[in-house]
Write a protein that binds this ligand. Structure first.
Ligand SMILES: *Cc1c(COP(=O)(O)O)cnc(C)c1O
Length: 363
């Protein structure tokens, strides 16, 4: 052990040392269907105009600290209720971190259903918060009795509900979400990262509850590289959360690019509509692949499916060897044994995936 390793082991908080950094697979030249990215770049016709816009950005100055113009566009594009406050983050991951720091840090508890988004646990630990979970119900729906019991047992400062849920893909029943919000004394965060692919949203109801905020992101609708996350909620929460936000967390190139993209929303909407159509096709074809044992309805831009227990790793590697990168869920939670997750890609990518999957399962 080097002296640096000894010092790091002595001083980095034990709960951080116990974590594993978020793992991102190196795609090489594989077809990349592992991270819920939109498979289409911006239409070529927009690229010159976009670059022209960026040329005008004064990068020797700090960005607009409040991202006022972008917030205005997001309010309109997302239909944020009048009277709700907004905070933007460097991706919604940063907003989860911010929420944990402001509300749960210092030994309070973060609660989330399981299985759900891996960052809730990681960012709770990073903030020095406790983490507790309760099981999702049948078909990965929200089990309000299990939620109530967990609220009672843990009195969490923050409860995360991903609607629709990652990594299972299903939307939650919004009446159940409202019931959990009512049963909770602490903050309930409805994480709508997949709002564009979902049938219903909690955002119109966010002000009906004194303890709810809604998260959204531009990552899953074609702008993952910009890192723009959105939090909407009562100004009383937003005012306090603002104190923990870094002053210039959204760079000026990201702000200008997101503004430009929202001025050309039709291009984003077209890509989302094509992904939804491809999702329906994949959802119809996936169960017909011999060896696929189960699929789940998806209100997201990915599909979760199950192969025989014990085969998931081999199927993942078989796909990889055939040039397709997806995500292995098997091993992350007992209820995801045998499960894999594929992001919806372009039609030809989805065809390549289906062919590679059939081959990997037949091997
Ligand atoms: C992808 C995802 C996020 C984070 O997205 P950002 O890229 O950080 O905006 C948050 N929550 C869920 C459930 C997600 O799947």
């Amino acid at each position: 052990m080097s002296e640096a390793e000894r010092r790091a082991a002595r001083w980095v908080r034990p709960e951080v040392q116990a974590l594993q950094a978020y793992q991102v697979a190196e795609p090489g030249d594989a077809i990349k269907l592992d991270a819920m990215e939109c498979p289409w770049p911006w239409p070529g016709a927009l690229v010159e105009q976009w670059l022209e816009r960026l040329r005008g950005v004064a990068v020797h100055r700090y960005p607009d600290p409040g991202a006022g113009r972008l917030k205005g566009q997001l309010r309109e594009a997302m239909g944020v209720p009048d009277g709700a406050g907004l905070i933007l983050g460097n991706g919604s991951d940063e907003l989860i971190q911010l929420l944990n720091l402001a509300v749960a840090a210092g030994g309070r508890t973060v609660l989330a259903p399981a299985p759900s988004f891996a960052m809730y646990r990681l960012l709770a630990a990073a903030a020095g918060a406790e983490y507790a979970e309760f099981p999702l119900g049948e078909a990965f729906g929200l089990d309000t009795a299990a939620a109530r019991a967990a609220l009672e047992a843990h009195a969490p400062a923050v409860t995360y509900l991903a609607h629709p849920n990652n990594p299972t893909g299903n939307g939650l029943d919004l009446e159940a979400v409202a019931a959990v919000a009512e049963a909770a004394d602490g903050l309930v965060v409805v994480d709508e990262a997949y709002y564009a692919y979902a049938e219903a949203s909690f955002l119109p109801r966010v002000l009906e509850h004194p303890n709810v905020v809604v998260l959204r992101t531009l990552s899953k609708v074609g702008l993952a590289g910009l890192r723009v996350g959105v939090l909407a909620g009562h100004p009383a929460w937003v005012r306090e959360l603002e104190k923990c936000r870094l002053p210039y967390n959204l760079g000026s190139l990201a702000q200008a690019s997101a503004e430009f993209a929202l001025e050309h929303r039709a291009a984003l909407d077209t890509a989302v509509a094509r992904v939804r159509a491809e999702r329906e096709r994949l959802a119809a074809e996936l169960p017909r692949v011999p060896g696929v044992e189960a699929t789940w309805p998806s209100e997201t831009n990915f599909l979760t499916f199950r192969v025989a227990a014990g085969r998931a790793q081999a199927v993942y590697e078989g796909l990889r060897a055939r040039g397709v990168l997806i995500k292995r869920l098997d091993g992350s939670h007992p209820r995801l044994a045998g499960c894999l997750r594929v992001t919806v890609g372009r039609p030809e990518e989805n065809d390549a995936f289906l062919a590679a999957l059939a081959a990997a399962l037949a091997a």
